[in-house]
Each structure stands twice: as structure tokens, then as C-alpha cells.
Design a protein around this ligand. Sequence first.
Ligand code: KG4
Ligand code: ZN
Length: 340
Amino acid sequence: MKKPILLAIESSCDDTAVAIVKGNSILSNIIGVQHIHNFYGGVSPEIASRCHQREIVLLVQQAIFEAKIVKKQINAVAVTKGPGLIGSLLIGSSFIKSLAMAWRIPIIGIHHIQAHVLSHFIPRRSNPSPSFPFLCLTMSGGHTQIILVENFFRMTILGQTIDDAVGEAFDKIAKVIGLHYPGGIWIDYYAKNGNPKKFIFTKTKIGGLDFSFSGLKTQFFSFIRKELKKDQKFIIHNLYDICASVQKALVDLLFEKIILAIKKTKIFSIALSGGVSANSYVRKKFSKVASKKGWELHLLPIEFTTDNAAMIAISAQIKYARGLFDDLNLITSANCGWNL
Ligand code: KG4
Ligand code: ZN
């Protein structure tokens, strides 16, 4: 049987991403990063929507060109239906609906977080995809969840943040110490040369498998305020150690919950996904403990940790193979329900 060719768009936040896959092979995977938000210290929703609108036609044309196909070979189109910024999502979904109408092909809506989980099924040479069941720790700018993945369609949230997402905490902390958005990357960068034990932050305890990051964030802000009163150049003099210490504190919060989830479920296959899974300390710490305790750890290539359209396209292939299509009434939602 001929392998279906799918075109997918991901536009849930500030990156305009387009990918084309043939079966499981990625023919093109383009990300138009909106650097303009760096100047605002965070994503400006209206600017993000305007940038998506400006870029999307060109990026779709480029993806088709790089895939070395012609439009009429495309069998279906896919798009992120949520969650995310509603203005951004609407650009992607309206555009994909127009393509589906014009090309008379089916449309498939994909849940953004489930796509982050299914990004582990993007084929790659090293580290094969996880077998079911596995636990997926998704850590992004909008979500932090421990998900029990029993099959492609059966995913259960075992725990999640009750306040900020871990990526959001990284970004807000980075902003306070004068680093550019997205701050997680910069904290990771400076932390490499810092002492993670220099400044100690106490953990906010919350029960079960849920997370809380806002307590640590507030504690960090008042620590910085206090130190700046004593020494105006405190941040400049201690940047590396500040980054290493706060990064350790954030990652420790993630880590203790995954240990608990493993204890509770007796599942030793762990997958990390979402932007924060690109963090070098996260990867080092999880790898070290996994090899010591005999866990099966699944790390993504860095390019598939942050938002990308290849994860939407691969998720859509899974639905396509089962004939699970949406129609032009596909609803886009900022707080998209937890269903495939
Ligand atoms: O998954 P993602 O690209 O978008 C969302 O779905 O939110 O995640 C973006 C988040 C941002 O908060 C960014 O600061 C964080 O991922 N991030 C990192 C790193 N790379 C991206 N955080 C820590 N260390 C990194 N290396
Ligand atoms: Zn994401």
C-alpha cells in the first residue's frame, strides 16, 4: 500500500511550524521562530498571531518545496487544535481548513500535549520508541504533567502542576535576573559553569503526583530582592551560581515526583518531552539515575523537544491509519479537552 503523505501545522504559541511526512518518514520539518518576543520578555499573544499570519503561506510553500513533492500528492492535512493561545491556534486551523477545502482532502485535529507525548514515535536511529505502557513527563511553557501512556489513544494524567508550568517558572525567574526570553535556555547555558549548591531553596511540599512551582518562584524573587539591597551587582557577580542553584531546585521538584510515580505504578519506562526536556541538567540527572536504577529512559533529539510540526504530523499518521478524521467543523480551543 502507498504510504500516505500528510502536511501538518503547529501554531499553538509563538512558533510557526510546518512538517510533511510520508508514512513515518519526515520529508520536511520547518520552524519559523518568532524572535520578536525576546524584546518583550515573553510571548505577546497579539504579535504572535500577526506573525503566524504573515509567515504561514511562505512556510507551507517552503515545506512542500523541501519535501520535494507536489500539492496533489498530499493525502490529508493536520493541525494543533489546542491547547494554546487562541489567536495563534485560529491562524493555523483556519489556514488548514482552507487547504482541506481547496484540495478536497481530510483534516485531522491534534491535541498539543498528546503530540508532545507521541513525539517519541518520530523514528530515529538511536534510542527506539518506548513500548507501552510508559510514563511520560511533559514539561513545557504551558504544562507540566506526568502521563500514563497505555497505548496511542489511552493517556491518563496522573499528576500535573497546580500553578505555573515548569517552563513558565524558568522563564519568569530568568526575566527577573535580566535574561532574554525564552529564559530556560539561558538559565541552562549559564548554569553549566555554576555551583548548584551555592544557594539553597526550600521545597514547597504538595501531596501526590501534582507539582507546584510558584512557591519556589516567589522564594527566588524575594531572595534576589534581599541580595540586591546588600549588593547592587549581586546578579552580575553570581549569575552562574544563581542559574545553577535555581535550575537544580526546579529540576529536583520534577525529579521527586517521577520517583513517586514509578513507585506507585511500577512502570520503569520513562519518556521526557516538551521544551524543558532539552535542559542539559534534566537530561544528565535523569540519565545518571536511570542507568543506576535500571529504568528505561527515552530522551528526544533536542529539535523534537520544543514545539515542532513533526510531532503533529506523526500523531496525525497514527489517526489516519485508523480512519480517525475530523471535518471542517473542527473546533479549536485554548483549553482543549483531553481527548484524541
Ligand atoms: O514545549 P515548548 O517548546 O512550548 C510549549 O508547549 O510551551 O516549551 C517551551 C518552554 C519554554 O518555557 C522554554 O524556556 C523551555 O521550554 N526551554 C527550556 C530549555 N529549552 C526550552 N527550559 C530549560 N532548559 C532548556 N534548555
Ligand atoms: Zn509545546
